[in-house]
Design a protein around this ligand. Structure first.
Ligand SMILES: [Zn+2]
Length: 415
């Protein structure tokens, strides 16, 4: 299996918006972008919602069938490791091997020596075609890279081997992710990480490093956009060189785990991939869930009441809901509206506060982030929530499609 040049990872916590998401993709395809969807869901999400990996497969298959989508599509076992991959084997054909937690784990003397030996030819000045100044590669740098990443990539090799034994090498796409960490990887680190991946014989097609800046959930990028662009461009060039040097798959591309809505860096990503004619995979995580809440608010009546209930409950249970996402949310307490205020809101006020239109006077990123992590409350509402989703599927579907197409794809591909 070989993934297309442009792919969009769509997340759908509750699995109801497959068609709406696919309509957004089809809109882009109609405008000439050869884009394929990848439905992604992590083990963590499944456990909160009590859904199964097979549900994601059914959602994808049904949407593709309903809209007669002629292109390829994939189902991503997102952020899996050896302890939980088993449940994803049947329904996924895209696996994101998450080895971030193994970064910094110690390696054997023998492994370290092998790495140092096999990278000897790159010590000194390392010239990457397209990058103006060479990287200085000292033995200390190589050693520090090995101590950080060697054990993690060896683990990725084990996970890959396991999936390969179960599914057969030709039947899935492999991504390696190391994005859920505090410290970004530099382009020179990425180069040697790719060397390790090649050494482990992982035919990697997408790689998700941690980029510079903050990728908070559901809100815009926080950081230095120019610095991001510089590193992103270097990463693209490093990958290009690594593919040739290490014999990695020639369609290897960056995967941006965006946490959704990184609008300010989309134009830079777009500019750079066009400049070098490279592919890209972007995962958009929880955007869809927020659009469901917006759609419920717009529907009014008991649907608006449920949207308010979700916020007000999240307000009380903030600590519990935010804990698993502590590294990827920044909520300013003083900026959160009180339950009493929200009670007085109409549909438009609620939707405008939540919807990500950065310049809208009502938009509140703190409100948005809290609801983003509040999907557990919707899950607890059970059939009441899903019945309302179904009852108002038209208005909600329109929100989901418009968000993905107008705010994401148009920016990402300059449509
Ligand atoms: Zn990620």
């Amino acid at each position: 299996m070989k993934i297309e040049k442009y792919s969009l990872g769509v997340g759908d916590r509750f699995g109801h918006q497959g068609e709406a998401q696919l309509r957004a993709i089809i809109n882009a395809v109609k405008l000439g972008i050869d884009l394929v969807p990848v439905w992604n869901k992590s083990n963590r999400e499944h456990s909160y919602i009590h859904s199964k990996p097979s549900d994601t497969r059914i959602e994808a298959d049904d949407a593709v069938k309903a809209l007669s989508f002629p292109g390829n599509y994939y189902v991503d076992a997102d952020h899996i490791n050896l302890s939980n991959v088993q449940g994803f084997l049947d329904s996924s054909d895209f696996f994101t091997l998450d080895v971030a937690s193994k970064i910094g784990t110690s390696s054997s003397e023998q492994d370290l020596e092998l790495f140092l030996h096999s990278t000897k030819k790159y010590s000194g000045k390392l010239y990457i075609p397209g990058i103006d100044s060479p990287f200085e590669v000292s033995e200390e740098l190589l050693m520090s890279i090995a101590q950080k990443f060697l054990a993690a990539i060896k683990e990725a090799g084990k996970i890959y081997q396991y999936i390969k034994d179960q599914k057969g090498a030709a039947n899935f796409i492999t991504e390696v992710s190391i994005d859920e960490v505090e410290v970004p990887q530099t382009p020179v680190e990425l180069f040697f990480i790719l060397q390790m991946i090649a050494y482990q014989n992982i035919p990697i097609q997408t790689i998700a490093p941690k980029f510079t800046g903050r990728f908070n959930k559901g809100v815009n990028y926080v950081g230095d956009v120019a610095q991001f662009a510089k590193e992103f461009e270097h990463d693209v060039l490093v990958i290009d060189y690594a593919v040739k040097e290490f014999g990695l798959p020639d369609n290897l591309k960056l995967s941006v785990h965006s946490g959704s809505d990184k609008f300010s860096i989309y134009p830079e990503i777009s500019r750079i991939i066009r400049k070098y004619d490279k592919g890209i995979h972007v995962k958009t995580a929880g955007t869809t869930w927020l659009e469901e809440v917006i759609g419920l608010a717009l529907a009014g009546g008991d649907a608006l009441d449920l949207a308010k209930h979700i916020y007000k409950t999240a307000l009380i249970r903030q600590d519990e809901l935010c804990a698993p996402y502590a590294d990827v949310i920044d909520i300013c307490q003083e900026q959160l509206p009180t339950a009493e205020e929200v009670d007085l809101w109409d549909s438009q006020k609620f939707a405008n506060t939540l919807r990500h239109i950065p310049n809208h006077p009502d938009y509140n990123p703190n409100f948005r982030q809290l609801i983003h992590v509040g999907y557990k409350i919707a899950a607890e509402s059970g059939v009441h929530f899903t019945e309302l989703l179904e009852k108002h599927h038209e208005i909600i579907g329109k929100c989901v499609e418009e968000n993905l197409f107008e705010r994401h794809l148009k920016r990402l591909f300059e449509l």
